[in-house]
Design a binder for this molecule. Structure first.
Ligand SMILES: [Zn+2]
Ligand SMILES: [Zn+2]
Length: 246
């Protein structure tokens, strides 16, 4: 799949490259109405290392809860039934990087994508999607942090920020402690001459203030799996904090 990002409109256009992709895109375009949902059904591997992933998306059908018991452990998960499945796999490295971004957006912020409409690119039927609608103005959003806080840049610019101290992620630190607005999620701008905290300082602050120990194994700053796990912890911490300040 070729993936075209439109920063201005906050959309991605999925242009099929392989024949089976053409079929799936055509079915989705026929099935979904504008604002129809593509549910996130997890990621897969794309290649032998963990550099790139695929993203599983489902249109139509329904979700069913399943549980499997093995010994005294019961696992609950959701399966998609009678849906059209789109496995998003980037064609070039550039497309693959976009698929990784889409996965982060789905996982951390939007839990799926929204069908905006169909179009034609290079003579191929393609679909235009966004990830989530801003809760204030309804604008589309595709960055995971915007989706996580359901607030677009334009609305964040108008926010009367209320900065609190808490877990922050991204910017190469996995997790750290910083000031962010508990309404729009944006970080507090640095004061004149304020020094950027190092990754280690962020991790130490996370341990001291949040009680989270950051472990390194092998290469610094740890594996992508750990980075994802840490981001998840930061997310649940921020969620609980948001609940507490209401
Ligand atoms: Zn907005
Ligand atoms: Zn704000």
């Amino acid at each position: 799949m070729k993936i075209i990002r439109d920063r201005q409109l906050a959309t991605f256009t999925f242009v099929p490259v392989e024949a089976d992709e053409e079929q799936v895109i055509a079915s989705i375009a026929a099935m979904l109405k504008p604002e129809g949902k593509l549910s996130y059904g997890g990621r897969g591997r794309d290649g032998d290392d963990d550099k790139f992933c695929t993203v599983h998306l489902h249109a139509g059908g329904r979700e069913e809860k399943r549980s499997e018991t093995s010994g005294n452990v019961t696992m609950h998960h959701t399966v998609h039934v009678d849906s059209v499945e789109l496995i998003l796999r980037g064609s070039t490295d550039e497309d693959k990087r976009e698929v990784n971004c889409i996965r982060d957006t789905c996982y951390f912020g939007s839990d799926g994508l929204i069908f905006v409409g169909e179009t034609e690119v290079d003579g191929k039927k393609s679909i235009i999607i966004t990830a989530k609608r801003c809760k204030h103005c309804g604008a589309g959003m595709i960055r995971y942090s915007d989706c996580d806080w359901s607030t677009c840049d334009a609305c964040a610019a108008k926010c009367e920020h209320n900065y609190v101290r808490g877990a922050v992620r991204g910017g190469g630190t996995d997790i750290g402690v910083g000031m962010f607005c508990n309404k729009c999620g944006r970080g507090k701008p640095k004061a004149e001459g304020e020094r950027e905290k190092s990754v280690i300082e962020h991790h130490l602050a996370a341990e001291k203030e949040l009680g989270m120990t950051v472990l390194y194994s092998g290469e610094f700053p740890g594996t992508p799996r750990q980075a994802v796990e840490l981001a998840r912890l930061a997310r649940s911490y921020n969620k609980s904090r948001r609940g507490a300040v209401k």
